[in-house]
Design a binder for this molecule. Structure first.
Ligand SMILES: C[S@@+](CC[C@H](N)C(=O)[O-])C[C@H]1O[C@@H](n2cnc3c(N)ncnc32)[C@H](O)[C@@H]1O
Length: 266
């Protein structure tokens, strides 16, 4: 697969239904066997329970067609905003929000079990859907990624999962994208970043998408340069897969400084 041209044309080439079917709609039994998914869901759970991430407004950046990243957080915030660059992903999210389609039941069950909760999947879905305030268009490469309506320092919590490294072609671009995203975070707000290490491509349907082969210390350095305090960092080595050349995954939780830093290493 290496050496081939990979696409970055998300609106044209990203098959939202295939992505959801393949990566995020397993049964509970399948989630129990999926190390990466468990790592992500457990880390998100722990961030809200242990690191006490909380606040009024939560933004998920580059949500794709999947809401797994906000299941735990939905219990700790008042309003949820989902966002994506590609219209077809926003359509899947909007259908879930308005109509309750594609409920990701196995993942919901896993998170509820992790919480020791006796809440039903339907209840949690309804609660999440009621808290959603918008499905927003976003481009992390813009200084104001959500446009002028959502000014700077607007959100108490930002989650971003597997977005910035696949949207960037160089570490310089990754740094700028991170700065743009963090500009939406209130001083003292929390960022939860789920990222992949060493990945140069991943498959979605017939297409392979390009990705920046990031090292986890690079993500930490970018955030420290932006004035964030690292609260926790976890990582795992991922298993070999026919779907990507990913080497590992990390989840970093940070608290933004009291003022937004504007200087970045180049
Ligand atoms: C690998 S998917 C990750 C989806 C989901 N967050 C997850 O954890 O599985 C990458 C997502 O980033 C979005 N994306 C790509 N370029 C972007 C950009 N410039 N700004 C915001 N999102 C972007 C894509 O549309 C896609 O939904």
């Amino acid at each position: 697969m290496d050496g081939k041209e990979h696409t970055m044309a998300y609106e044209e080439d990203f098959d939202a239904e295939w992505y959801l079917d393949t990566y995020y709609e397993p049964s509970l039994e399948a989630v129990d066997k999926d190390e990466f998914l468990q790592f992500t869901l457990d880390s998100l759970h722990d961030a809200f329970r242990t690191a006490r991430v909380t606040g009024s407004r939560l933004l998920d950046v580059g949500t794709g067609p999947t809401v797994h990243s906000v299941i735990s957080g939905s219990q700790h915030v008042g309003e949820i905003y989902l966002s994506d660059y590609a219209a077809q992903n926003r359509k899947v999210l909007t259908d879930w929000w308005k109509l309750g389609t594609r409920p990701q039941t196995g993942i919901m069950e896993y998170v509820l079990r992790r919480e020791n909760s006796d809440e039903s999947v339907i209840n949690r879905q309804d609660d999440m859907r009621q808290k959603v305030r918008g499905i927003l268009a976003i481009d992390v490469h813009l200084e104001h990624p959500l446009g002028s309506e959502y000014g700077s320092e607007y959100f108490d919590v930002i989650i971003s999962s597997l977005c910035l490294e696949v949207a960037s072609q160089s570490i310089g671009e990754y740094r700028k994208a991170m700065k743009n995203v963090c500009g939406l975070l209130k001083p003292g707000g929390h960022l939860i970043l789920v990222g992949l290490c060493g990945q140069s491509y991943y498959r979605v349907g017939e297409q392979t998408f390009s990705s920046l082969p990031l090292k986890r210390h690079q993500a930490e350095e970018v955030l420290e340069d932006l004035g964030h305090t690292l609260l926790s960092m976890r990582w795992i080595k991922t298993q070999d897969s026919v779907l990507s050349d990913t080497k590992g995954a990390f989840v970093i939780v940070t608290r933004a400084g009291s003022t937004t830093k504007t200087l970045l290493r180049t």
